[in-house]
Design a binder for this molecule. Structure first.
Ligand code: G3F
Length: 581
């Protein structure tokens, strides 16, 4: 292809009728505003509430709104496809993974798409022959890689799950309550936040005792309670319920649990494989969002959604990405005040004395006998279907981090073939990051032309502005991390020996997948993106949802807090809609 031919064909592409120009958009928005009848056309959809994203927070918005006013029209758009029969279900509910948790690692690996990949050296010294490799001074820009990313400031393990149900299709379901020190910046009054966290518990179907009968859970919990009498060691609050019809299996909470029966409400529409490109305002109404520009990925067609209210709930990076791509006045705090948790990890093989004590414990005698009668050659007195331990060492003022002791399928904990999974326990410590305005994720702002004209590397593989991280840990962060690592190794040594290959280590930055702050809520428009109701500063009808709304430095898992914040946001949307009538 000559370069003239390339230019000519891409010009043709960008002027295809299925693409809407800014002029088309303004015409559509204006006619929607001025006409009393709402007639949907090939390019235009009308709704009361538009929601970007289909994860648990997006579904908490839809559920709360529809539970309180079931005739509200809700239109939800999701970039990913629907990968399960029940939309948004947790993939771990498959019997296959309940029987073989280690194989779930591959599901997680397949689901996570990294956010910012700096270019690496692309010269292939051993290519030989006539294959193309960059010549001196030139560099490949691989599609979706980010030439603007400074590796030292990256959160390289940070990733997005693009599917109906979002990250809740494979999350760990850990739902601890944040400590007082993890909510000092939250503008929602304490008593109200407590009651919202309770409501979040119900929406997420959180239980405290689903693993209480497990031998390993009891053993690990009592060892730790004995070793750490003042640290409130307990069962981990989990969004899970043991199945009544067959208690050897559990049902993990997914976005489907949060949405509940409202998934079938005829006023609810879910549009998968749909990119939310940007939000649109009328030129003379900059504080009101009039429409959302979507692109159907299958047909490559642009569509405008005209709604009364807009909720962007696509996670802590994709939410600011959509806002940054919109030609609207952005709150200056957008993408700033980012905090990510540090993550220390190891796996241990339980001590011999603990395994031997199981065989002697009268409480376990019946289960152990049943197991050994059936498997007399098994050297371990632990039934094959004994559930994994699920234990938490919570955050305290003295120990400013939180720890989960369990057997997670998360991608960095796959047990090798030599270790019996029943002997292995994963230990994960999550540390805080001090709040700092300069820790950020930023995006190139749109040019006046369409982004087909952007420089290579300015867009991600979906054609959205590329996210660039600029994140540094402070000296205090480092001091806390050092203390956390020492604590982890002490505690781990009480439980057993380190599994070869899973020695104590800090994981790559971003792997906690707990980014907060990028769309933080707060009272001050200079230091936050939205108010306590998650309504974006400077706008009358634009809400944000997700972990980005959390304004604090936290160590605990963020989902429950984000759902709590979203329930309040959803009620503000309902109030707004009521006042429209
Ligand atoms: C899990 O063990 C944690 O419970 C999650 F919160 C975390 O996101 C995940 O590991 C990945 O690091």
């Amino acid at each position: 292809l000559s370069s003239a031919a390339i230019t000519a064909s891409s010009y043709h592409y960008s002027t295809m009728a299925s693409r809407l120009s800014e002029e088309d958009i303004q015409k559509i928005l204006l006619s929607a505003k001025n006409s009393s009848t709402q007639t949907a056309t090939a390019n235009v959809i009308f709704t009361d509430v538009f929601i970007a994203g289909s994860g648990p927070v997006a579904c908490a918005y839809a559920r709360t709104i529809l539970d309180q006013k079931s005739d509200t029209k809700v239109f939800m758009a999701e970039l990913g496809s629907q990968d399960s029969k029940i939309p948004g279900e947790h993939h771990k509910n498959s019997i296959k993974y309940q029987k073989d948790i280690d194989s779930f690692v591959n599901v997680i690996k397949g689901a996570l798409q990294p956010i910012s990949v700096p270019p690496s050296a692309t010269y292939l010294p051993t290519l030989g022959g006539e294959g193309w490799t960059p010549s001196e001074g030139s560099h490949l820009t691989i599609q979706g890689h980010n030439p603007h990313q400074v590796p030292e400031k990256n959160l390289q393990a940070s990733a997005v799950t693009r599917t109906v149900g979002g990250m809740a299709t494979h999350w760990t379901c850990a739902c601890p309550i944040p400590h007082e020190e993890e909510r000092v910046n939250n503008p929602i009054p304490k008593a109200e936040l407590d009651s919202l966290l309770d409501r979040a518990k119900d929406l997420l179907n959180v239980h405290l005792h689903e693993y209480d009968h497990s031998i390993r859970h009891q053993v690990v919990k009592s060892i730790l309670q004995g070793y750490l009498p003042d640290r409130h060691v307990d069962g981990l609050p989990l969004a899970v319920e043991r199945r009544k019809d067959n208690p050897q299996f559990v049902t993990w909470t997914g976005s489907n649990t949060v949405l509940g029966a409202q998934a079938k409400n005829p006023n609810f529409t879910l549009s998968p494989e749909t990119r939310v490109t940007r939000l649109c305002t009328l030129n003379d109404e900059p504080g009101r969002i009039s429409g959302a520009l979507l692109r159907e990925l299958n047909t490559d067609k642009d569509v405008i959604v005209i709604a009364k209210t807009f909720i962007i709930a696509c996670g802590a990076v994709s939410t600011p990405q959509i806002l940054a791509n919109s030609r609207i006045n952005l709150p200056p705090a957008l993408g700033h005040y980012l905090a990510e948790q540090s993550l220390a990890f190891c796996q241990i093989v339980l001590k011999r004395e603990y395994i031997e004590s199981i065989a002697k414990n009268p409480n376990f005698a019946a289960a152990v006998k049943k197991h050994l009668d059936r498997h007399p050659k098994d050297p371990l007195p632990i039934p094959f279907d004994d559930p994994e331990p699920q234990v938490i060492i919570p955050y305290t003022s003295k120990f400013k981090y939180h720890c989960q002791v369990h057997r997670d399928a998360f991608s960095y904990g796959d047990v090798g073939p030599k270790a019996d999974p029943r002997l292995i326990v994963d230990i994960r410590f999550f540390g805080k990051q001090d709040i700092n305005k300069d820790n950020s994720v930023t995006f190139p702002r749109p040019q006046p032309e369409e982004f087909t004209d952007w420089k290579a590397g300015d867009t991600d593989i979906y054609g959205m502005p590329q996210a660039t991280f600029e994140v540094r840990r402070s000296k205090d962060d480092d001091i806390r991390d050092q203390k956390m690592m020492k604590d982890m190794t002490d505690i781990a040594s009480q439980l057993g020996s380190f599994l070869p290959g899973s020695y104590p280590q800090f994981m790559e930055p971003g792997l906690a997948l707990h980014i907060t702050g990028t769309t933080r809520i707060g009272k001050d428009a200079a230091t936050s993106v939205a108010n306590a109701e998650s309504l974006v500063h400077g706008f009358t009808n634009l809400w944000v949802g997700g972990n980005g709304c959390i304004p604090d430095s936290t160590a605990c898992n963020p989902t429950r807090t984000s759902i709590a914040i979203a329930i309040k946001g959803a009620e503000a949307v309902l109030d707004f809609l009521k006042k429209q009538h």
